[in-house]
Write a protein of this length. Structure first.
Length: 344
């Protein structure tokens, strides 16, 4: 079982840009990065002095905020509303689709590798043929406006590991669950505490559902964001996780922590679902591990920049983080014992 107390940072590579998305070629340390410099980059951290290699050709015209990897094909999405299919061996675009009318927030692949799902601030969820880029269906259960009549946003999407379900979440705290076969809505849960409205100083709303993730058996749904915010200019709110039995609507846990504040951006269920890892932050980043049976916070650590995304390797030993101005590698491996020395 993963022991979060073994967590430690082993390497970091600083940069000038913000890294919003990350993917990893299986069984390698070849990282693929989506950047605020409008580029998609390869970054092999197994080399002695890793150097970024930017993908060629006409790319995005704004921030790259979502990546989905399928074999030798990478699909990227950005604030320009476009999806681009790339050949990662040649690092060149294959084709490009004007996918959404507003910022794309997340791009994922279904577990069977046949479809790409994208979500964006036009509040549309779109399913695409992963091989051809053909639009299969556009659908939504999310409203364009918040309760205060300001533009809403559609942040996360996640599939259950068995490929049966899809979850999507918006700025107002509304989460919809979809049947992946029919793309019809089959459930919903609400986390309204994650939405903060400031009617006085800024007339501005902030927060929302930033992360969703199904448990390995698909019965529980973790929802992440931030609690009620006191100072909206500084994300001064407790990190917040709610875990639901989504089929009954029962809220199993409400987990808040103010030792390391900020927005929960991403989840991973580790150790067969016994441990829930969440990352995110405010101007600093955090990694938090929860016991999914008790809700106990097992361990937390952090870094000097907001964590926008991460990937975990196949044996749940190494974590690769896409951060504000850096890439980091952390490990959960037990440290090597220090050899004993004997006095002569």
């Amino acid at each position: 079982m993963t022991d979060p107390k073994h967590l430690r940072r082993v390497a970091e590579w600083k940069s000038e840009d913000i890294l919003f998305a990350i993917a990893c070629v299986p069984e390698t340390e070849r990282l693929l990065l989506g950047s605020s410099d409008f580029g998609v980059h390869e970054f092999d951290v197994s080399t002695e002095q890793p150097q970024r290699v930017r993908f060629e050709g006409d790319g995005h015209r704004s921030y790259v905020t979502g990546l989905a990897l399928l074999g030798d094909t990478l699909v990227s999405g950005g604030y320009d509303g476009r999806l681009i299919w790339w050949n990662i061996t040649e690092r060149k675009p294959v084709h490009d689709v004007p996918a959404h009318d507003r910022w794309i927030r997340r791009v994922i692949a279904t577990p069977d590798g046949t479809r790409i799902i994208s979500v964006a601030d036009d509040m549309q969820i779109k399913a695409w043929d992963a091989a051809t880029g053909e639009l299969l269906k556009s659908f939504t259960a999310h409203t364009l406006l918040t309760p205060n009549n300001y533009t809403s946003m559609l942040y996360p999407a996640a599939c259950s590991p068995d490929g049966r379900w899809l979850a999507t979440g918006d700025k107002t705290g509304h989460v919809a669950v979809w049947d992946l076969a029919s793309l019809e809505k089959v459930g919903e849960v609400a986390a309204p505490v994650m939405y903060t409205w400031d009617p006085k100083q800024r007339r501005h709303s902030i927060g929302g559902i930033r992360a969703v993730s199904f448990s390995p058996d698909g019965t529980r749904l973790a929802v992440g964001g931030i609690g009620t915010i006191g100072n909206i200019d500084h994300l001064d709110g407790k990190s917040r996780v709610e875990v639901f039995d989504w089929q009954t609507g029962e809220r199993i846990f409400e987990l808040e922590d103010d030792k390391r504040k900020g927005i929960v951006e991403q989840f991973a269920w580790l150790s067969g679902g016994a441990v829930l890892l969440c990352t995110g932050g405010d101007h600093k980043g955090f990694l938090k591990f929860y016991d999914t049976a008790s809700g106990e916070l097992l361990h937390q650590d952090g870094n000097d920049g907001h964590i926008h995304g991460f990937v975990v390797d196949e044996i749940e030993e190494n974590l690769y983080l896409a951060c504000h101005n850096r890439v980091e590698k952390w490990t959960l491996a037990e440290p090597e014992p220090v050899p004993e020395t004997t006095a002569e």
